[in-house]
Design a binder for this molecule. Structure first.
Ligand SMILES: [Zn+2]
Length: 430
């Protein structure tokens, strides 16, 4: 049923009265046809049925100008399907449909009041977390079209709250409404969405190192553990901008570490790395790969001494990496940038869940899990066309580091390799 704005209706009503007043004959179809459009939506009148108060003529149209269809006896209750702007009812009686005057018909039943549309919304600014996968809808209510889905545990900023409690959010470029029943709100130490995956650095300088093995990283301050096995002396950057956005909370830092972000206890962090920078226990590569992937003991890890992030790597791989770096530095005047080396099991699981099997290795299978691989940055100089990559590709073997053939840009048949990675090098030495 179409709805008309009151002002428009009033104009139509005036026009219809005028036409009747001028005595335009019922045969003047074009003019009278316009009157029909003035029918009042029943959602507004609410009349569902009427009872005749006299023997009443049912007519073809909504005035006495129209021909009589039949007569409805007094005290008959008939269903109403429409009401004209002049008040006449469109009714059905004994399989005929026509119009009766409202002067001789009394409303006896009404439609239930239409459901109120979601009322005015209030502007807000807080984080919400989905407690279950929840539909994103065009409007604030289940009658609105579904335009997307907010996955369980996702965090988004709510910018408005409807009078029925629903929140207006944007997720993956889709703006819509989610039910308040499936989200939790947060104002302090909140889980935030910092956008796409970034490296540890993200342009940050506020550098810390974890003080003990098994440091916890949470999605929200003290809630939703993301990683529980971060090794001692791992690089951690505090991100004040997002800490502020997530609602600062005493004793907690919002940080980036292990290529992800989250909240960490301030007391778990120190300004300096205390990690050893050599293979003090003379471990071999063979001994390392006998350990469970992603669960190396602290003694098997060493910090890369020339790396300002003191990135942790399997101790036996360090000497050769340092030799390679010396040659690299001689050539380019700078150290090799290492984005990532050792990855714990929890970290691998998180990547696998977040990035998917296409990008992340199956947890427990990556050479990063033994600290026997490094990732250099994804910058141009380290890309397939870049000078650093080209140098590393042709020189790394001398230092027992290799870039696997199946990570090359093109396959043997010349086709592009969808699994290509210019940044990943593995240790193959003793
Ligand atoms: Zn890698």
């Amino acid at each position: 049923m179409r709805t008309l704005r009151p002002r428009f209706l009033a104009a139509l009503m005036a026009a219809s009265l005028l036409l009747v007043g001028l005595g335009v004959p019922s045969q003047a179809a074009p003019a009278l046809a316009a009157v029909e459009t003035a029918a009042v939506p029943l959602a507004k009148t609410g009349v569902a049925s009427v009872k005749t108060t006299a023997n009443l003529n049912m007519r073809k149209g909504e005035s006495t100008k129209y021909a009589i269809v039949r007569t409805i006896p007094k005290n008959t209750t008939v269903p109403v399907s429409q009401q004209a702007a002049n008040g006449w009812y469109k009714v059905s009686y004994k399989k005929k449909t026509g119009w009766i005057s409202n002067k001789y018909a009394k409303a006896v039943s009404r439609h239930p009041a239409p459901k109120p549309k979601s009322g005015p919304s209030k502007k807000i600014n807080l984080w919400v977390n989905a407690t279950a996968a929840v539909n994103i809808r065009q409007g604030s209510g289940t009658s609105h079209k579904i335009i997307g889905s907010l996955p369980k545990n996702a965090a988004v900023k709510a910018v408005a709250r409807a009078s029925n409690g629903w929140y207006k959010i944007t997720y993956k470029k889709k703006t819509g409404w989610v039910s308040h029943k499936h989200v939790q709100t947060c104002v302090k130490g909140c889980q935030v969405d910092t956008g796409a995956y970034t490296t540890n650095r993200a342009g940050l300088n506020d550098r810390y190192f974890t003080k003990s093995s098994g440091t916890d990283l949470y999605a929200a301050a003290g809630k939703r553990l993301r990683i529980g096995d971060i090794p001692k002396n791992s690089i951690v950057y505090r991100d004040l901008r997002w800490e502020k956005a997530g609602g600062p909370v005493a004793g907690w830092y919002f940080v980036r570490t292990q290529g992800m972000d989250g909240w960490m206890k301030a007391s778990a962090l120190a300004r300096k790395s205390t990690a050893t920078t050599s293979n003090t226990k003379n471990y071999t590569r063979k001994q390392v790969v006998k350990k469970a992937n992603g669960m190396l003991p602290e003694s098997m890890l060493a910090a890369i001494p020339w790396d300002k992030e003191k990135t942790l790597i399997a101790a036996p791989a360090l000497a050769d990496l340092t030799r390679m770096n010396t040659a690299f530095k001689k050539k380019f005047g700078k150290n090799i940038d290492v984005d990532l080396a050792y990855r714990t099991l929890d970290t691998q699981k998180y990547y696998y869940k977040e990035l998917g099997a296409y990008i992340a290795a199956k947890p427990g299978t990556s050479n990063h899990g033994w600290g026997l691989a490094i990732d250099v940055p994804e910058s141009h100089a380290y890309s397939f066309r870049g000078k650093y990559y080209k140098w590393l590709k042709s020189n790394s073997k001398k230092y027992n580091w290799l870039h696997r053939k199946n990570l090359e840009e093109f396959r043997a048949d010349g086709s592009r390799n969808p699994y290509a990675e210019a940044w990943h090098f593995e240790y193959n030495g003793q």
